[in-house]
Write a protein that binds this ligand. Structure first.
Ligand SMILES: CC(C)(COP(=O)(O)OP(=O)(O)OC[C@H]1O[C@@H](n2cnc3c(N)ncnc32)[C@H](O)[C@@H]1OP(=O)(O)O)[C@@H](O)C(=O)NCCC(=O)NCCS
Length: 182
């Protein structure tokens, strides 16, 4: 547990923020806050969907990388991530997958505090490289990531192939799909 008090001048009403581990009781609150933040954007993350299973699975897998920010005993932000070790690479990678701050509490440094604690934990676990991804038009996130030291953006294009029709044909041919051969 870590108490952080903000006394920096210039921002009246700056809330006192506590960054702490996410706990099992927080899952629903984090999920609902994320729903407000991520469902508002059409494609928040191409290969992941924000739902209650997403929050639960991060919490089950590596709860040390699930943190919340509290102001006045209310959760106003969270960060969820995980680590990846690649074959033939000595490096352990840290993925920062979901980061969100309640719109009423933005630009108070809460995202930065969440990220700093997250980074410290990643360092402690031996991570040598942190990775984030975001949509190219999510300028607030891009500016935030830049401000926390991320750089070297790699241009990466996602292409998609809709398999719905092929899937229907497959089901017709193979029934419920349980009998398919690899
Ligand atoms: C990105 C996000 C987490 C930032 O949270 P935050 O608590 O407002 O961030 P901070 O107050 O720590 O901002 C740190 C710095 O980032 C930059 N920044 C953050 N938001 C910005 C914005 N809207 N416009 C321009 N710069 C911004 C600034 O440099 C800021 O420093 P400053 O306020 O002293 O100028 C928040 O905007 C958010 O939840 N966005 C929606 C969800 C999302 O897109 N998440 C990221 C992808 S998963």
């Amino acid at each position: 547990m870590k108490e952080e008090s903000d006394e920096s001048p210039g921002k009246p009403g700056k809330p006192v923020i506590e960054i702490r581990d996410m706990e099992i009781e927080d899952i629903a609150t984090v999920f609902h806050l994320g729903e407000e933040l991520f469902r508002a954007r059409e494609v928040p993350n191409l290969y992941r969907t924000w739902d209650e299973y997403e929050v639960t699975s991060f919490f089950q897998d590596e709860s040390e990388f699930c943190l919340v920010a509290e102001a006045d005993e209310t959760i106003v932000g969270f960060i969820l991530g995980t680590t990846v070790t690649k074959r033939r690479s000595a490096w352990k990678y840290g993925l920062m997958v979901w980061l969100g701050v309640d719109p009423d509490y933005r630009r108070y440094g809460i995202g930065t505090k969440l990220f700093r604690e997250f980074k410290d934990r990643m360092l402690e676990s031996g991570v040598r490289m942190l990775i984030v991804d975001t949509e190219a038009d999510n300028l607030e996130a891009l500016r935030f990531f830049r401000s926390t030291g991320f750089g070297n953006p790699e241009e990466h294009l996602y292409l998609s192939l809709n398999l719905a029709a092929a899937f229907r044909q497959f089901r017709k041919k193979n029934g419920n799909g349980k009998n398919h051969k690899n």
